[in-house]
Design a protein around this ligand. Structure first.
Ligand code: GUN
Ligand code: ZN
Length: 433
């Protein structure tokens, strides 16, 4: 039994912080030891107490070791169209997105982009993500094959879309059902892969396809469900025209049985009272995508309102509507959105959201998102003095909370000193796969 011990400052959350002085919400070790066997954490303690024996010790002092970041909504097939210039969501989808995603019926293209995508996730400290593939099954094969090769816990699925998009990108209700079933059988539970049934959004699915998604969800309760909800005013208007019998946008997904604790709903910006209540009752997750919401001018997510109504919340990059793969950059923009709403996001809450909060959003607490015995050793090592400006600011930071806030405000991939996936070094080995 070979043991690896990571030494450094260790920070992991135990619960959602209730304010800046909620020290019970996290565990912090000034000189900690994380013992890892077979990709799993077996002990977390002060380095002085650790049984070092003949373990391999990797010394990351003075850096901060945290659980690997989790991204609960992005599109890997949009990696090459970030920064596409559009006025708003529907123009952006029609002009760039639906063109770009057609390339992914080519297995070679899908595999090449998937490989670059995973490199970028690791560079940014993200060890688990939930991605939309394209409507082509080949894109899903490339996505999960690459995750398996890297031993990463990744969630994703084939986008189901059978209208209001170019023909080359559209499937049919029947083919999307058949392909999704085949892909679930092939990938769900293989390695660390988990499948998400993925009707893109109401606009691109006919009622027949919604019914097919409903059957898939009923037949595969072990799978996640992901879609988009209430991102943009024009999107909401068109959705209600296409589903005139639904009480509101959320009601469309509700009518087709798509809501529940494994359902991830990207954006959720413009919800009415009834919709918020339905999300809370069904345990569905509203996913906050700050950089995307700013880039596409979609609106300001109301974290406080959703949270007060008991809605579960995740946070995500939404690449390629989003503008950065970095969860640090994402939470920095999230902080600013909430500032404009008159709401405060504490640094503790930001780092909780990217780790344990998102693990809870995925019902994966105890597997990822915390540094505790039994969890996978998916970890990020943060260098708070990675750039000259960060180092300068660090000279005046005396408290952990200040360090976290400067990491979020000034940090990016340069602050990610190392990443571990199931106990194996992953950032320093990029290119060596
Ligand atoms: N709504 C439907 N598809 C998409 C997408 O690809 N990106 C975003 N941001 N919103 C969507
Ligand atoms: Zn999206």
């Amino acid at each position: 039994m070979s043991v690896t011990i990571l030494r450094g400052r260790v920070l992991s959350f135990l619960s959602e912080p209730q304010g800046l002085d909620d020290t019970a919400s996290y565990r912090y070790l000034e000189d900690g030891a994380i013992s890892i066997v077979d990709g799993k954490i077996v002990a977390v303690e002060d380095f002085d107490s650790a049984a070092v024996g003949d373990a391999v010790v990797i010394d990351h002092r003075p850096h901060l070791i945290m659980p690997g970041f989790i991204d609960t909504h992005l599109h890997y097939v949009q990696s090459q169209m970030i920064a596409s210039y559009a006025g708003s969501l529907l123009e952006w989808l029609n002009t760039y997105t639906f063109v770009e995603e057609q390339k992914f019926s080519q297995q070679g293209h899908a595999s090449a982009v998937a490989s670059a995508f995973y490199d970028e996730l690791i560079r940014q400290g993200t060890t688990t993500a939930v991605a939309y593939c394209s409507s082509a099954p080949a894109s899903v094969d490339a996505y999960f094959a690459e995750a398996e090769k890297r031993n990463m816990l990744m969630i994703g699925g084939k986008v189901m879309m059978d209208r209001n998009a170019p023909e080359a990108l559209c499937d049919t209700a029947q083919s999307s059902y058949d392909d999704t079933r085949t892909l679930i059988a092939r990938w769900h539970g293989r390695g660390r892969g988990l499948y998400a049934i993925s009707p893109r959004f109401a606009i691109t699915s006919t009622p027949e396809q919604m019914a097919a998604a409903q059957s898939l969800v009923a037949e595969h309760p072990e799978c996640y469900v992901q879609t988009h909800l209430s991102e943009n005013d024009a999107e909401i208007t068109l959705s209600m025209q296409l589903y005139p019998d639904a009480p509101d946008y959320t009601g469309i997904y509700q009518d087709y049985g798509l809501l529940g604790p494994k359902t991830l709903l990207g954006h959720c910006i413009h919800l009415n009272r009834r919709e918020t209540g339905v999300l809370a009752e069904t345990g569905s997750v509203a996913v906050f995508c700050p950089t995307s919401n700013l880039f596409l001018g979609s609106g300001l997510f109301d974290h406080q309102r959703l949270s007060q109504h008991g809605v579960r919340i995740g946070v995500a990059t939404d690449i390629g509507g989003g503008t950065s793969f970095s969860m640090l950059r994402t939470l920095d923009e999230g902080y600013k959105i909430l500032q404009l709403r008159g709401q405060r996001l504490t640094p503790f809450n930001s780092f909780y959201m990217m780790t344990l909060g998102n693990a809870r959003a995925l019902s994966l607490e105890g597997t990822i998102g915390t540094i505790a015995p039994g969890c996978s050793a998916d970890l990020v090592v943060l260098d708070s003095a990675a750039t000259p400006a960060m180092a300068l600011r660090m000279q005046t930071a005396t408290q952990l909370v200040e360090e976290l806030f400067l990491l979020q405000t000034l940090g990016d991939d340069r602050a990610i000193a190392e990443v571990y996936v199931a106990g194996a070094q992953a950032k320093s080995t990029i290119g060596g796969l």
